[in-house]
Design a binder for this molecule. Structure first.
Ligand code: PLP
Length: 391
């Protein structure tokens, strides 16, 4: 049956009215511990005082001007991102999907301007998720996202995640422009790419003059305990997509790039009415200033190992429900034996929110600010949720 809101989501029958830190309160007054953080978005928790102050201060001054003029907050956020990453330049979007669109355009334009217009193909991997636009679904390629939507945008090749032989063959093709990969697949079920593979991929790209695009929309912004996940492998991409955590809940995304990779994107080649507007960037600056602090990231790592240890214990005590823990930092997955949607539902009954992912995984993507007490509470609630499913 049609509803006033287009029914593209199977929603859980609850709604939240307020939040604080890692906790949410429903419209009927029940408290839930939020281990999903709006799918890795509320990186600094709900109603974070610093973010609320940044947003309200800007809201009282100026919301939007368009990119026809200079935007001081946008410049400040771009400077911060450039200072803390491989990037020389940044374009702001409102979402990860829009970042994917620019990443595709930028990679192709680079080769076009370099006199190799035949280099258009982008290699992507099974289980990937890059967004829901026509371009992004064609790029990720999964049938669940593409079926029924007609002729797909051409120029993508899909390889099995971790198939080194297929990759070495495909990347040598003269029509390849770029490779796109998530250092840790999110929607794909918290599937990390081993550091050695990311390094090997970087070498292959260099060898064949192919650009490396990293999709760090879910795994970036401190989620893995480094500002960006690729830092663990000691490599840098040419182009990187960022979104989710960077706005802390305000819609904001970005494409970061080296000067070389971005060289084709001159005036008039791309645009966005809202992208990088004063409100979004006021929040983005506050988020970046918090997360890029090494002391903050050290805390993420400390809490992540505490949480992970507890989760390993949980797997041991509920072998019929859970199989393994995977992921890095506070981007964790519990591979389930019971159907993952049952585990998520059992969590609802214990007032703890988790997010299902592919490969029968539940995702734990809590606010990076969750406390040690929150971790203890999370483990207790997940333990009770699992007990509901023990047979
Ligand atoms: C969520 C996500 C996207 C899409 O971002 P939206 O903001 O939903 O458009 C792209 N890539 C990855 C890895 C994501 O997790």
């Amino acid at each position: 049956m049609i509803t006033s809101v287009l029914p593209t989501y199977n929603r859980a029958p609850m709604a939240f009215d307020s939040g604080s830190g890692a906790w949410l309160v429903t419209t009927t007054g029940d408290r839930y511990l939020d281990l999903g953080a709006g799918i890795a978005v509320n990186a600094l928790g709900h109603a974070n005082p610093t973010l609320v102050a940044a947003l309200t201060e800007q809201a009282g001054k100026l919301w939007h001007t368009s990119n026809l003029y200079e935007i001081p907050n946008q410049k400040r956020l771009a400077d911060l991102l450039v200072e803390h990453t491989f990037a020389d330049t940044v374009f702001f979007t409102n979402s990860g999907t829009e970042a994917a669109e620019l990443a595709i355009k930028m990679a192709r334009k680079f080769h076009y301007d370099a006199g190799q217009p035949e280099r258009q193909t982008i290699i992507a991997f099974d289980g990937a998720f890059h967004g829901r636009s026509t371009g992004a679904i064609a790029m990720a390629g999964g049938e669940k996202m593409t079926k029924g939507f007609g002729t797909l945008m051409p120029g993508f090749v899909h390889l099995a995640f971790g198939d080194h032989e297929a990759l070495t063959a495909a990347i040598a093709r003269p029509d390849v422009a770029a490779v796109i990969i998530e250092p840790i697949q999110g929607e794909g079920g918290i599937r990390p790419l081993p550091d050695a593979c990311l390094k090997g991929l970087r070498d292959l790209c260099d060898q064949h003059g192919v650009l490396m695009i990293l999709d760090e929309v879910q795994c970036g912004m401190g989620r893995t305990g480094r500002l960006f996940a690729h830092e663990w492998a000691g490599i840098t991409p040419d182009i990187m997509m960022v979104a989710k955590g960077i706005g802390g809940g305000f819609p904001l995304g970005a494409v970061l790039a080296t000067e070389r990779a971005a060289s084709g994107m001159v005036a008039g080649t791309h645009g966005s009415t809202y992208g990088g507007n004063p409100l979004a960037c006021a929040v983005g600056v506050a988020v970046m200033e918090t997360i890029a602090d090494p002391a903050f990231l050290a805390e993420v790592n400390r809490k992540a190992s505490l949480f992970r240890q507890g989760l390993e214990g949980l797997v041991g005590s509920h072998p019929q429900v859970f199989e393994a823990v995977r992921g890095q930092g506070l981007m964790l997955g519990l591979k389930c034996k019971a159907p993952n949607t049952d585990v998520v539902k059992a969590g609802y009954a214990e007032h703890v929110l988790t997010v299902p992912g592919a490969d029968n995984v539940i995702r734990l993507l809590p606010p990076l600010t969750l406390t040690d007490a929150d971790i203890a509470e999370a483990l207790a609630r997940l333990d009770r949720a699992a007990a509901r499913l023990d047979t």
